[in-house]
Design a protein around this ligand. Structure first.
Ligand SMILES: Cc1ncc(COP(=O)(O)O)c(C=O)c1O
Length: 364
C-alpha cells in the first residue's frame, strides 16, 4: 500500500520517485539531510526560507544542522518574494525553500532565475499545495525535490504523514536509508517483487541490517498507505470542492475589499486552496483579534496567518528581527485564514460570509 501510494503520488505530481514518511517535517528534514550528504554542504550552510510559513520549514533546516535565512514575502501572494532573495545570499548560501502557502504556487520563474544565477538547490515545500499548478506544471516539479505533508489538516491526508518527491534516484536512495535508521538497503520494501535482498543474501552480506549513515525512524505503515490511496482516488472531488468553496467565499465577500484583502492570483496558476486567507488592511478601524474573536464566538474557526518571526522560540533564537521584514510584520499581525475544505456545505459558507459582513457593518 505504501509503495503504491508513493508511486501514484509522485506520478500525479509529475515526478519519478516518491518516498512516504511520517510527517511533512520529516520529509523536509530528510530532503535537506540527503542534499547535505550528496552535495557536501558544511554545517551551518545557509538556506533561504520565507518569513511566512509554518514553523516546520525553518525548523527542518535547524534539525539538519543548517541555518535558515529569512526572506520577506510578496504582499499579494504571501509567498517568498524573488525580489528580496538576492540581498540575503552569501557565499554560505546553498539552497532555497520556496513554500507554496495556502495552496497558492510561488512565482517559480522569478525564484528559479535567482537560484540558477547563484547555483542554489531548490526544495519546494508543497505541504499546503497538493496538485496546484504554475503555468500548467505541477508544483513540486520545479526544484531538485519537494516535500509534502499529509497530516489530517492537509488536502490529501493519511492521518499523519508526508511524502518527498524527486526525479533523482541517488537522492531517493538516501531518503529511503535516512527514514529507516540509515540502512544500506534501499529497496522499496522487503516484499520487493524483484527480491533483490533475498537473491543477494545467498551470495553476499545481508544489507538489510547494515547501517551506513545516521538515520531516523520516519516510516509510515500500510494503514496510512491505504488511506493515502483512497484519498488519491477521491482527489478530484476534494480539489474541485475546495476551489468551488473558495470562489464562493470570494464572491460572497465582494464589497468587503475596503478593509479585507482576499486571495488574488494570476490566471496562470491553479490555486489548490488548502485554506482561505484574509488579511486586514492597515487602515481598517479594527484589529485582527477583535475580528477573529467575533468569528470564533459565532463558531467560525480561524487561525492566524502562519506567523514565524514573532514566535517566542524564534525571538529567543534569532532576536527581535520581525521589523526588518515589513510584509511579514503586517501579515503576522493582520493576517488570518478560515476554512474552505470539502466538508463545508453552502449553508456553512453562507454563514461565514454573513458573519464577516455583519462584523464589518458594525464597524463602519
Ligand atoms: C508549509 C508547511 N510545511 C511543513 C509542514 C509540516 O508538516 P507536518 O505537520 O506533517 O509535519 C506544514 C504543516 O502544517 C506546513 O504547513
Amino acid at each position: 500500500m505504501v509503495n503504491r501510494f508513493e508511486r501514484e503520488f509522485a506520478k500525479l505530481h509529475e515526478q519519478r520517485y516518491g518516498v512516504a514518511c511520517n510527517s511533512g517535517t520529516s520529509a523536509l528534514h530528510v530532503a535537506l539531510e540527503a542534499m547535505k550528504e550528496k552535495f557536501g554542504w558544511a554545517d551551518e550552510s545557509e538556506v533561504l526560507v520565507p518569513t511566512i510559513t509554518f514553523i516546520a520549514t525553518s525548523n527542518a533546516c535547524i534539525h539538519a544542522g543548517l541555518k535558515p535565512v529569512f526572506v520577506d514575502v510578496d504582499p499579494i501572494s504571501y509567498n517568498m518574494a524573488a525580489s528580496c532573495m538576492e540581498k540575503h545570499i552569501t557565499e554560505r548560501t546553498v539552497a532555497a525553500i520556496p513554500v507554496h502557502t495556502f495552496g497558492q504556487p510561488c512565482d517559480m520563474d522569478a525564484i528559479l532565475e535567482v537560484t540558477r544565477k547563484y547555483g542554489l538547490r531548490v526544495l519546494e515545500d508543497c505541504a499546503e499545495a497538493h496538485f496546484a499548478t504554475y503555468k500548467g506544471k505541477k508544483i513540486g516539479s520545479f526544484g531538485n525535490m519537494a516535500a509534502f505533508s499529509t497530516y489530517v489538516a492537509h488536502t490529501i491526508t493519511t492521518g499523519i504523514g508526508g511524502v518527498i518527491t524527486t526525479n533523482d534516484l541517488t537522492l531517493t536512495e538516501i531518503f529511503r536509508s535516512l527514514i529507516a535508521h540509515g540502512r544500506a538497503c534501499t529497496c522499496e520494501t522487503c516484499l520487493d517483487p524483484r527480491q533483490v535482498c533475498k537473491l543477494r543474501m545467498q551470495t553476499e552480506m545481508d544489507k538489510r541490517f547494515m547501517m551506513v549513515r545516521m538515520g531516523y525512524s520516519y516510516r509510515i505503515g500500510e494503514l496510512e498507505g491505504a488511506l493515502g490511496l483512497g484519498q488519491l482516488e477521491n482527489r478530484d472531488h476534494i480539489m474541485n470542492t475546495r476551489k468551488e468553496n473558495a470562489h464562493y467565499l470570494s464572491e460572497g465577500l465582494q464589497g468587503t475589499e475596503k478593509y479585507l484583502q482576499l486571495p488574488e492570483y494570476p490566471d496562470y496558476v491553479d490555486h489548490s486552496f488548502m485554506m482561505y486567507p484574509i488579511v486586514i488592511k492597515k487602515d481598517a478601524p479594527f484589529m485582527r483579534d477583535e475580528f477573529t474573536h467575533f468569528l470564533e464566538k459565532n463558531n467560525i474557526e480561524t487561525r492566524p496567518m502562519l506567523p514565524l518571526l514573532n514566535q517566542p522560540v524564534y525571538r529567543e533564537l534569532f532576536g527581535e528581527i520581525e521589523s526588518d521584514y515589513p510584509v511579514a510584520e503586517w501579515l503576522d499581525h493582520y493576517g488570518l485564514y478560515v476554512g474552505c475544505h470539502h466538508g463545508l456545505n453552502r449553508e456553512q459558507l453562507d454563514k461565514i460570509v454573513a458573519k464577516i459582513k455583519e462584523f464589518l457593518q458594525n464597524k463602519v
